[in-house]
Design a protein around this ligand. Structure first.
Ligand code: GLU
Length: 307
């Protein structure tokens, strides 16, 4: 099913710390895809994982977006306020007999599974029922050997075999929290997102999300996975490897660097301009065909080194 109406994109940060260069790539790329098409750009705070969240990070992220001139449409959606909706989706999956409780520990899974494209493939131990005396922990969705195929606007064609590549995956975690895969599918549909633009580190989530969309009768948006920003050791920039937070007082240099990272060619004079001129140029000149068609790109600093 496709959306007949106009373009709607989104940026969906997790409030685990301040925005850094890598997260700004996803923010700017999704914003420009939307605004260059006269579409809307929504922000969704993915605050679904309290153990990983940093107090104050959500507000700080929003303030940085504003300071960078990334003004969103409508109200920010907070996943932490939507537990009832995720619960309803889980109930529907349960009625469809598409999910089952799993009693396996992380350790048991690691010991008995093969590696898939994004972590261990669950061996299906609890599929036919939990072993006697084992309490349920997580809930998993059955995948039944379904082939999934999509054409990513930047990374190209992706073909995956859900059973071989991922196995039955978690929709409600052992600690009781809803899994990202479930919430994102429900929310992309609720927000009427026509194209998901995000980092290529999430491309392997897409086949699982498409499976859930089809079970829940939700539309499948288009997908565009941007290259992720890598440091000199080829690691994704993240809070874990101390990517520097962006300075809200100096948005222009970072924005120009993001544009170059995304294969665009901003005129050097823009560095001396202001946010309004920058965005006017960026929205009118955005050319998605110039985005490097690779999963990751090493970030070069203006002095030629890498971050
Ligand atoms: N919340 C996720 C992150 O910050 C992004 C999820 C998505 O764009 O689907 O990595």
């Amino acid at each position: 099913m496709k959306f007949p109406n106009s373009y709607r994109g989104r940026f969906a940060p997790s409030p685990t710390g301040p925005l850094h260069f890598g997260s700004m790539v996803a923010a700017v790329g999704s914003f420009l895809q939307a605004k260059s098409r006269g579409g809307e750009w929504l922000v969704r705070m993915e605050d679904l994982d309290p153990p990983r969240e940093v107090p104050g990070a959500a507000d700080e992220i929003l303030r940085t977006l504003e300071a960078f001139g990334l003004h969103w449409d409508g109200a920010v959606m907070y996943q932490s306020r939507r537990h009832g909706v995720y619960e309803a989706a889980l109930n529907m999956l349960e009625r469809l007999e598409a999910i089952y409780p799993c009693a396996c520990s992380r350790r048991e899974i690691a010991d008995s599974s093969v590696n898939g494209v994004d972590g261990p493939v669950y061996p299906g131990t609890c599929r036919a029922g939990r072993p006697e005396g084992h309490a349920p922990r997580a809930w998993r969705v059955r995948v039944n050997g379904r082939g999934i195929e999509f054409v990513d606007a930047v990374q190209g064609r992706v073909v995956r075999d859900l059973a071989a590549d991922f196995g039955d995956f978690v929709v409600r975690r052992a600690d009781g929290y809803f899994a990202y895969q479930l919430a994102v599918v429900v929310d992309d549909a609720e927000q009427g997102i026509s194209e998901v633009v995000r980092g290529a580190d999430l491309i392997e989530s897409t086949p699982r999300q498409m499976h859930l969309q089809s079970l829940l009768g939700l539309p499948t948006p288009d997908y565009l996975h941007l290259p992720v920003a890598l440091n000199a050791r080829n690691e994704k920039l993240s809070k874990q490897n101390f990517a520097a937070p962006l300075d809200p007082a100096r948005p222009l240099p970072a924005l120009l660097q993001v544009m170059r990272f995304l294969g665009q060619d901003p005129p050097p004079a823009l560095a001396e301009s202001n946010l309004e001129d920058f965005w006017h140029w960026a929205v009118t000149h955005w050319d998605v065909r110039r985005v490097p068609r690779v999963p990751g790109v090493v970030v070069k600093t203006p002095s030629g080194g890498s971050v």
